[in-house]
Structure formats: structure tokens, C-alpha cells
Design a protein around this ligand. Sequence first.
Ligand SMILES: *[C@@H]1O[C@H](CO)[C@@H](O)[C@H](O)[C@H]1NC(C)=O
Ligand SMILES: *[C@@H]1O[C@H](CO)[C@@H](O)[C@H](O)[C@H]1NC(C)=O
Ligand SMILES: *[C@@H]1O[C@H](CO)[C@@H](O)[C@H](O)[C@H]1NC(C)=O
Ligand SMILES: *[C@@H]1O[C@H](CO)[C@@H](O)[C@H](O)[C@H]1NC(C)=O
Ligand SMILES: *[C@@H]1O[C@H](CO)[C@@H](O)[C@H](O)[C@H]1NC(C)=O
Ligand SMILES: *[C@@H]1O[C@H](CO)[C@@H](O)[C@H](O)[C@H]1NC(C)=O
Length: 366
Amino acid sequence: MNSNNGAIQLAISLLFSIWCTTCVAGQSGNAIYNVKDHGALGNGQNDDTKAFQAAWDASCAIEGNPTILIPMGSYLVGPLHFKGPCKSAMAIDLRGQLLASTHLNAYTKDWIEFQYINGLVISGGGIFHGQGSSAWPYNECPKKWKNFDIESVTISAPGDSPNTDGIHIADSTNVTITNATIGTGDDCISIGPGNSNLNISNVHCGPGHGISVGSLGKNSGETDVVGLTVKNCTLNATTNGLRIKTWQSSPSRLKAAQFTYQDITMNNVYNPIIIDQEYCPYISCAGKDPSRVQIYDIKFTNVKGTSSSAEAIKFICSSSFPCQGVVLNDIDLRYTGDATGNKTTTSTCANVRGKSNGNVKPNPCI
Ligand SMILES: *[C@@H]1O[C@H](CO)[C@@H](O)[C@H](O)[C@H]1NC(C)=O
Ligand SMILES: *[C@@H]1O[C@H](CO)[C@@H](O)[C@H](O)[C@H]1NC(C)=O
Ligand SMILES: *[C@@H]1O[C@H](CO)[C@@H](O)[C@H](O)[C@H]1NC(C)=O
Ligand SMILES: *[C@@H]1O[C@H](CO)[C@@H](O)[C@H](O)[C@H]1NC(C)=O
Ligand SMILES: *[C@@H]1O[C@H](CO)[C@@H](O)[C@H](O)[C@H]1NC(C)=O
Ligand SMILES: *[C@@H]1O[C@H](CO)[C@@H](O)[C@H](O)[C@H]1NC(C)=O
């Protein structure tokens, strides 16, 4: 997400706000709360908000890890405020499609908001459909998530819709995203400040801006991003693949460290591997002092496929806090080709320390 100016976000995005408190996971049971039993019709016409809210309220009040089942069908819902604390961890088995109301005045905040919940799993391969530009409410900065799993979801927005992150995560610990298909106009998965222990696997991204850490270092009070694993993911026709971006003249000093990117397939990606510590999405940016975000211990292993630009690897690190421990293992990125059919890719390095092992194409600059 590049800016957060309160403008209406276009189209579909998945934004959950979770403030965790004192919920304790229960052990026994495993009750199923089917939204249809609470009055949802799932015909895409009827407003099923009340039924969803009722299913939530009932399941939130019981112990034993209840599951809210949303069967196949189209459910017009929202805004929904799934609020805890609940008696135990919650699960949502989303098989159908959720449609956002297109009446913007129905919203005061987010379309679907989760709050005060400790332990939430969303699975089932269903769809969050925001119904285009009118539907997405004002962007509120996501708050605390903790112990959160996202599994088997599909998120899509047109590639040309501005500022529609698929999943944005900030200030979160222990988050897993697996088996997701995400196509958007902005970041596929955007990892903001304050995250630790985040695992992303089996995700297919495209179109969009790829899997991005950052932008970091824009605002004061930002905290570190530590512990990220991205495994077995495919990026198809995205502008960036694996990206870390930080602003210059950062007001706060923080670190981005211990990232592992492994078994990644690039398909026609413009910047497959990029660290950009001079991030400036505007024509010009106010600050020109080197970024104060320290990036270290970043491993790229088995990253293969095609780049739609010749420069497949780009590390532009901070001159004040050079990147440390950047490791390239077995990289094979081929240029989709210039007019002469030259498939050679290149790499660019500034202020980066690390090493490369195994076969690395392009010829590594570290
Ligand atoms: C992955 O998600 C798809 C739908 O997006 C679902 O059909 C499939 O069963 C899921 N696979 C696993 C292993 O969860
Ligand atoms: C995150 O997970 C680790 C390992 O499972 C656990 O020790 C830690 O307490 C968790 N952190 C939070 C904030 O829940
Ligand atoms: C993420 O993966 C790492 C390494 O595989 C593991 O140690 C950690 O517990 C995982 N974290 C979560 C939140 O699943
Ligand atoms: C990698 O992800 C694909 C889908 O994106 C999945 O079909 C495959 O099973 C995954 N492989 C592993 C080893 O998890
Ligand atoms: C990859 O992206 C291209 C261009 O947007 C699209 O035509 C193709 O279907 C995509 N392939 C996959 C596997 O998503
Ligand atoms: C192919 O492109 C690379 C990188 O731009 C360049 O160094 C090389 O000379 C080119 N090869 C030919 C045959 O033009």
C-alpha cells in the first residue's frame, strides 16, 4: 500500500483488523455454525448480514473451537463486525462467495472487520468479492493481528486498479498464509512494519506488485520486521517478485531481518528480486538522507523463471546501513528477451554484503 490518505480504496482487498486481547483457546467440541441455519439465503440478493452476525455471536459465545460454515452460494453482506473476545479460537470455513454491499453509505469503517480475537483461521477456498470501486470503504490502518492463519482463499482485483493490496499485514505475530491465489492492482501480499514470524507458502500471485516487505521507514514509531518465510510461491506477470522497500530519510531506525525466500517461480516478472532502499513512489520525495532501515540475513534459494526486464536482480541498499548477509543460492532467471532474442539477465548492487552459492544467473554482483 503506497499511501494511506483516507481515499476510498478501489475494489477488492482483504483487510482484517484484529486487536488481540485475552481470548483463550478451548479444547473440546467442534461445533459447526452454518450461516444458513441462521437465516442466510446465499442468493446474492438478500442482505445476509444479520444471519452472519447471528452465527458469529452464537459461536463466539461457546467454547471448543467452533467453526462458522459458509456453504457454496453468494452472500451479500456487510459491514460485518466480528467482535471478540470469544470463548475460544474461531474458524471460518468459507466455501461460498461474500459480496460487499455497493452502497457506500452502509459503511462507517471496513467491510469485514475482526476485532479482539485470539486465534482465527479462515479456510475453504471461498471468495471475498468487494464488488468494484464503490464497495471498498475507507482505508483504516490495520491493527494488531496475532496467531492468524489464512488458508485457501482467492482474492482478485483488476491489475489496473490502484492501491488494492491483496493482503496487508502490519503489527502481527505468528501469521500463516497458505494456498492462496491473489490477483490485484497493488501488492499481492504487503508486509508492513511490526511483523514477526510470518510464513507464506503455496501462494500464486498475479497480476499485481508481488510480495512486498514495506514500505518501511516512512513514519516514526515503526517497529522491526523479523522472521519471514516465503516458500513455494509463483509470481505471474507481476511488476515485482520478491521486494523489500524502504524510504530514505526514515524518521525511525528499525530492522528488516531473517527472511527466507525459497522455491519461487517467476513468470514474466519485471523486477523478480529487488531490495530498494530509495523507495519513492512519487515524482520526487522529500528526504534524500540514506534509509535508516537495517536489512540483514536475507536468503534467496531456488528462485527460477523469467524476467520481463534484463535487470533481474537489483539491490539498492542504504549507504548508512548497508544490507548484510544477503545470500543467493541457485538462482536461474532468464530475460524474456529483447528484440535480438538476448536472454541474458543482469544484477545490480549498491551497498550490499553477502555471497552467492551454486548456479546463479544473472551473474551475481555480490
Ligand atoms: C487450496 O485452495 C483451493 C481453492 O482456492 C482449494 O480448492 C484446495 O482444496 C486448497 N488445497 C489445499 C491443500 O488446501
Ligand atoms: C508465536 O509462536 C511461538 C511459537 O509457536 C510462540 O512461542 C509465541 O508465544 C507466539 N507469539 C505470540 C505473540 O503469540
Ligand atoms: C514459520 O516457519 C518456521 C520455519 O519453518 C517455523 O519455525 C515457524 O514456527 C513458522 N511460523 C508459523 C507462524 O507457522
Ligand atoms: C506448491 O504450491 C502448489 C500450488 O501453488 C501446490 O500444488 C504444491 O503442492 C505445493 N508444493 C509443496 C511442496 O507444498
Ligand atoms: C499469467 O498471466 C498472464 C497475463 O496476465 C495470463 O494470461 C495467464 O493466464 C497467467 N497464468 C497463470 C497460470 O495465472
Ligand atoms: C546480451 O545482453 C547482455 C546484458 O545486457 C550483454 O552483456 C551481452 O553483450 C548481450 N549479448 C549479445 C550477444 O548481444
